[in-house]
Design a protein around this ligand. Structure first.
Ligand SMILES: Cc1cc2nc3c(=O)[nH]c(=O)nc-3n(C[C@H](O)[C@H](O)[C@H](O)COP(=O)(O)OP(=O)(O)OC[C@H]3O[C@@H](n4cnc5c(N)ncnc54)[C@H](O)[C@@H]3O)c2cc1C
Length: 475
């Protein structure tokens, strides 16, 4: 039970607001991107500023409440919300500030990538992020962050220069290469385990108009395309990025009618080098095989970043499985083909995101991201608007994953995982896991920040005995 006076005081001290069950905006505010997730928090605290975040962290800790942090709300497993606890909703903390002199951008803890792309593009610049612009900067960055600029400029964490954070004890700190270095190491891949990030500073790069878009091939050509692609992308210039996908062609523009609703394979390209060289760079791609549809052309970078947004609005059923992949042997291609032929809905897909190039030049121990030597991050997603199809898309995803997992590198990108248990989190961080635990012990020994791909503090067992005298433990 929460003391009524404490609650009154908490509410009165906020610039933002508290939304509780039964109130007008509660149902809408508890929803996340993945409609398979339906959690009912005790309160959603819409924080307006850092002071509100400090109050909310202190209130949750003092009242022994479960706490979750919501950035863009896109997480596969819905880790931005929790049942019966307090949600720190950062959606009001959204701002961007470009520093032209240093080529950096400061971004609020609750921004989405579309806002960052918009702000930076005005100056002909961008920073690495993901491929859907409605995704939150917070979750994507803290888990790693990969997308169209990964081969050229690395992961989002490789371009993160500084964070402002509220820690479990309510203290506000800055972490970067010179201040709180251990914390800065941990947040570059360790997720929301260490505190609430209220501001991110990223390095910007000159990326203005790019040459990109999809090239689609017949599904019957999968074997030929994948065998070519697996070799090509390993040695392609860093300026060229291309992720492989299985898809069903949407029934509308810009796709020609004869391809509508056809299952196909394809590669979505992004070339960021000098425009006059684009034709030369794409020549081996076009020489390899004429695609059934070639939509690659010049476009502003934010247009590529948001190209798939309309296909994937908030509120659909999503079931995710993922792995890191080093090689794609012939037998794996056979299995890929088998499951592509059985794509269970128009929006279900499998993507192989390359994480080589610049992302692979960073040492495994420089950040918690432990798979710098993997070539791809693979994701299999069953997606459909109709909840009645939830079982069908889930089964396809699980079966597909089970068939391909034996060919994987072991762990998976934390941001593509649903609830897969502690061993999977350990496999993902590998040799960096113990260092993460040490830093968790220092900054969050009682695991206040536990709604995430959780790194359990080893001091927690010790704390449990201590906390028994005080009241219930947090996680
Ligand atoms: C359609 C779609 C496409 C995607 N494409 C890509 C892609 O191309 N590349 C890629 O790398 N990933 C991609 N992702 C995965 C994405 O990175 C994760 O879903 C990520 O968790 C989303 O972040 P969020 O802030 O929107 O999530 P939320 O659900 O709000 O939060 C997710 C987790 O991050 C933590 N968190 C969020 N913000 C903060 C903060 N400010 N401080 C502390 N902790 C915080 C939360 O505690 C929670 O544990 C995609 C996801 C979707 C749904």
């Amino acid at each position: 039970m929460i003391d009524e006076n404490a609650m009154k005081e908490f509410r009165a001290g906020l610039r933002g607001s508290i939304i509780q069950p039964g109130e007008k905006d509660y149902e809408e505010s508890r929803k996340v991107y993945n409609a398979m997730i339906s959690r009912k928090p005790k309160m959603i605290v819409k924080c307006a500023d850092v002071a509100d975040v400090i109050s909310a962290v202190n209130f949750a800790r003092e009242n022994k409440m479960l706490l979750s942090i919501r950035g863009g709300g896109h997480n596969a497993g819905g880790l931005g919300v929790c049942d019966d606890g307090l949600v720190i909703d950062l959606s009001m903390i959204r701002y961007t500030k470009v520093d032209l002199h240093n080529k950096t951008i400061i971004v609020g803890g609750g921004n989405t990538w579309g806002e960052v792309d918009h702000a930076a593009h005005a100056f002909g610049m961008a920073t690495p992020s993901g491929i859907i612009s409605t995704t939150g900067v917070g979750g994507l960055t803290l888990g790693g962050g990969m997308g169209y600029l990964t081969r050229k400029y690395g992961l989002s964490i490789d371009n993160l220069l500084s964070v402002d954070m509220v820690l479990a004890d309510g203290n506000f700190v800055t972490a970067n290469a010179t201040e709180n270095k251990d914390l800065f190491w941990a947040v570059r891949g360790g997720g929301g385990n260490f505190g609430v990030v209220t501001a991110f500073t990223f390095q910007l790069h000159e990326v203005d108009e790019v040459v990109g878009g999809p090239m689609l091939y017949e599904l019957s050509e999968t074997e030929e395309v994948l065998k070519w692609y697996r070799k090509f992308i390993k040695y392609a210039p860093d300026d060229l990025y291309g992720f492989f996908a299985f898809l069903t062609v949407p029934p509308g523009d810009p796709f020609p009618e004869h391809l509508h609703l056809k299952k196909m394979c394809g590669i979505v390209w992004n070339y960021t080098g000098p425009k006059e060289k684009a034709e030369e760079v794409f020549k081996p791609v076009r020489d390899f095989k004429k695609p059934a549809l070639d939509l690659v052309g010049p476009l502003p970078f934010p247009a590529l970043q948001s190209m798939f947004d309309p296909l994937y609005p908030k509120g659909m059923q999503w079931y995710w499985r993922a792995d890191f992949v080093n090689e794609i042997p012939d037998e794996a291609i056979e299995k890929h083909k088998e499951f592509a032929e059985k794509l269970p809905s128009m929006l279900s897909t499998m993507h192989l995101y390359p994480i080589n190039g610049q992302a692979a030049r960073i040492n495994d121990s420089d950040t918690p991201w432990n798979y710098r030597d993997a070539t791809w991050s693979m994701v299999i997603v069953g997606v459909d608007p109709d909840p009645a199809n939830a079982e069908k898309i889930t089964k396809w995803t699980k079966d597909y994953y089970d068939a391909l997992h034996p060919y994987s590198a072991g762990g998976a990108y934390v941001n593509f995982m649903m609830d897969e248990g502690e061993d999977r989190v350990k496999a993902t961080y590998g040799k960096n896991y113990d260092r993460l635990v040490q830093i968790k012990n220092k900054y969050d020994p009682k695991n206040l920040f536990c709604i995430n791909q959780n790194i359990k503090p080893s001091l927690e067992t010790q704390n449990e005995a201590e906390a028994e005298a005080e009241g219930p433990v947090l996680a």
